[in-house]
Design a protein around this ligand. Structure first.
Ligand code: NAP
Length: 253
């Protein structure tokens, strides 16, 4: 794959220990990993990056949606049925992708769920645990198995999807708010751990008409842009991120 060759050349030039410059919106093909690529924002981003010539690897739990993505986007892109709550499965997935494509240039921790709208005390322990397991522990699993290769390469951008509800609160979404506030803290601490050349960013994507939004907003969700419209600005925004953004809580603008 062309991107692998160019990376190897870069590594020869730098001896592997000099931080690469920020890429801005250059034309270099990137390797991009997206969790939760089967629907919503992840799916629209996958399509947007592929359209620009980048290589995308993604995952989700739905067999049917993954089969459909493979059919629609083809090779060299790589889509796998995966539940991010399984640390062992994430490890295997990450190792396979790193072997095939190298460490990602851009790692998007997008997969998440929201609780059904209810007060905190009305939600069962199982419902609460599921949100924590996917949104926080799933993100940590993905970071655990991809970040070492990114650190070794001294390059790459990690974006952990937060929310307006990672910075503010509303009633009936307490478990979701708890996870998105956690993503903000986890990501800013991670940013302080990364070597020069990398970045970790908590990102509020805005308000977009997806399955998740419909869970909270019902029919009012249709007043907001659809994921493809959102991806028109989110794709170039994400491609512009670099070391200068490390640790900054950002919004798609
Ligand atoms: N939409 C908004 O307005 C909005 C606002 C603020 C923040 N966000 C954030 O943006 C991100 C994307 O949200 P969205 O609106 O696109 O949500 P969505 O339409 O519900 O899509 C969620 C994606 O995550 C995947 N997913 C869920 N649990 C998973 C698991 N255990 N393992 C692997 N994949 C899993 C789903 O695929 P499967 O079901 O196939 O697993 C799906 O592809 C989330 O982090 C969300 O919190 C969204």
């Amino acid at each position: 794959m062309a991107v692998k060759g160019s990376r190897e050349c870069v590594s020869l030039f730098t001896g592997g220990d000099i931080a690469m410059p920020d890429h801005g919106t250059d034309e270099t093909s990137r390797t991009i990993v997206i969790t939760g690529a089967t629907r919503g924002l992840g799916r629209a981003l996958a399509e947007g990056f592929v359209a620009l010539g980048h290589t995308v690897a993604g995952c989700g739990r739905s067999d049917r949606a993954i089969a459909e993505l493979r059919q629609a986007l083809g090779e060299p892109h790589d889509f796998a049925v995966l539940d991010v709550t399984s640390d062992e499965a994430v490890k295997e997935w990450a190792e396979g992708l790193i072997n095939s494509f190298g460490a990602p240039d851009l790692l998007l921790n997008n997969a998440a769920v929201i609780n059904r709208s209810a007060t905190l005390w009305e939600l069962s322990a199982a419902e609460f645990d599921q949100i924590i397991d996917i949104n926080i522990k799933g993100t940590a699993n993905v970071l655990r198995w991809f970040v070492p290769a990114m650190v070794a390469r001294r390059r790459g951008v990690i974006v952990n999807f937060s929310s307006e509800w990672g910075r503010t609160t509303s009633p009936e979404v307490a478990p979701y708010c708890a996870t998105k506030w956690a993503i903000e803290g986890l990501t800013r601490a991670l940013a302080q751990e990364l070597p020069r050349g990398l970045a970790a960013i908590p990102l509020n994507p805005g308000i977009i008409n997806t399955d998740m939004l419909r869970t909270s907003f019902g029919v009012a969700a249709s007043r907001f842009p659809d994921p493809r419209q959102w991806a028109e600005k989110a794709v170039p925004f994400l491609l512009r991120l670099g070391p200068k953004d490390n640790g900054k809580p950002l919004d798609v603008t």
